[in-house]
Design a binder for this molecule. Structure first.
Ligand code: ADP
Ligand code: TRP
Length: 342
């Protein structure tokens, strides 16, 4: 008798997440996702895969040379944040061809209707006369990223929960038709899963130009923070504020000490502290966190060869695991000549 296929053969829980090499790496990316990645890297309790998803970045207009440059910038940014390639698998998505292969196969267990419900597609295609097929099928590629490594934990910001739900559904559909090959991945949210943009209207996003860049000059960072929207009902200094609706308070909760957060809450709700003072204090907290990261970033920029080596090693390891999975997927779906002839 053959042993039943294990949905999750690895000993340690496997974690996978991805980030697009588009636009500037911002505090939403960091607080919502990448800081959690770095904590997991420090803890070393799980088998960690982090991926720069360049194939996702071609789903809207882009300039090839710029994309190429941004892949390297993103890699350096991630390492500076603590995503140490010696202690996790850090790689570039398109260096592992199996991502696009599996995406095609998964497209054939994914109903059109599911994709048309994705809010990120609706938002990103809105106002575009020529939205691309790739933008529509983007969540299928994201499912492939996760399933290829049979990851069970996916640390992301809140905006990705809908995509992750689709990935879970895809696992159920696939396993039902072709056998238990994939485990269901679970999202892991940070304490700050949704940072709003400086306009206070929409989520902070690389594509919206409403960001605070993690590695931008301190003066530029501060000028943007100083102008950020707070509680729209707080018109005068003497009006009490509502921390529950204020993006600056969300930032305090993410970077200030618990005592400072408590004091901020009290002083805001009793109008003892003005918004500019509140921003000065959160800026100090950011400085405490970001000054060391910026120093590390500058150091990494001195050694592009090390980064190249690290991404090469990361891709090699990722390819090995990805191919193991595909060697089960292809015959399970009746594809190719890998399995014995009938
Ligand atoms: P962007 O939306 O800026 O293009 P990505 O799509 O590359 O960023 O997202 C990378 C990670 O950062 C994802 O896990 C995403 O959920 C998270 N993230 C992006 N924006 C925010 C935000 N404003 N608040 C919290 N997390 C975010
Ligand atoms: N779609 C994600 C975003 O826009 C990025 C992403 C691609 C991702 N593949 C992934 C996140 C796999 C987690 C797991 O933020």
């Amino acid at each position: 008798m053959t042993a039943p296929l294990q949905a999750s053969p690895q000993a340690q829980p496997r974690v996978l997440s991805g980030i697009q090499p588009t636009g500037e790496f911002h505090i939403g990316n960091w607080l919502g996702a990448v800081r959690t990645w770095a904590q997991q890297v420090a803890a070393q309790a799980e088998d960690l895969f982090f991926c720069i998803v360049d194939a996702h970045a071609i789903t809207t207009e882009y300039i090839p040379a710029e994309l190429h440059r941004r892949i390297w910038t993103m890699a350096g940014d991630l390492v500076a944040c603590g995503v140490d390639p010696d202690r996790c698998t850090l790689f570039v998505q398109s260096d592992v061809r199996q991502h696009t292969e599996l995406a095609w196969y998964l497209a054939n267990v994914t109903p059109l209707g599911d994709l048309s419900r994705m809010t990120q597609f609706k938002e990103k295609s809105e106002g575009r006369e020529h939205a691309l097929v790739g933008l529509f099928t983007y969540p299928v590629l994201m499912s492939a990223d996760i399933l290829l490594y049979r990851a069970t934990v996916v640390p992301v910001g809140e905006d990705q929960l809908q995509h992750l739900e689709l990935a879970r559904e895809t696992v159920r559909r696939f396993n039902h038709r072709f056998g238990p090959i994939f485990p269901e991945p679970q999202p892991r949210l940070s304490q700050a899963p949704r940072i709003m943009g400086l306009d206070g209207q929409t989520k902070m996003s690389k594509s919206k130009g409403n960001t605070l860049g993690l590695f931008e000059e301190r003066d530029v960072f501060w000028n943007k923070l100083r102008g950020a929207f707070t509680d729209p009902q707080r018109l005068r200094r003497s009006d009490p504020g509502r921390p529950g609706v204020c993006n600056i308070f969300t930032m305090h909760k993410a970077v200030s000490t618990p005592d400072e957060v408590e004091l901020t809450y009290t002083e805001c709700t009793t109008a003892q502290r003005g918004c500019v003072d509140c921003k000065k204090i959160v800026m100090e907290s950011f400085d405490r966190e970001l000054v060391p990261l910026r120093a590390r970033r500058a150091e990494i920029a001195q050694h592009p060869d090390r980064l190249r080596q690290a991404l090469g090693d990361g891709a090699e390891k990722a390819r090995r695991i990805a191919e193991e999975t595909m060697r089960e997927v292809r015959p399970a779906m009746g594809l190719g000549t890998g399995a014995p002839a009938p």
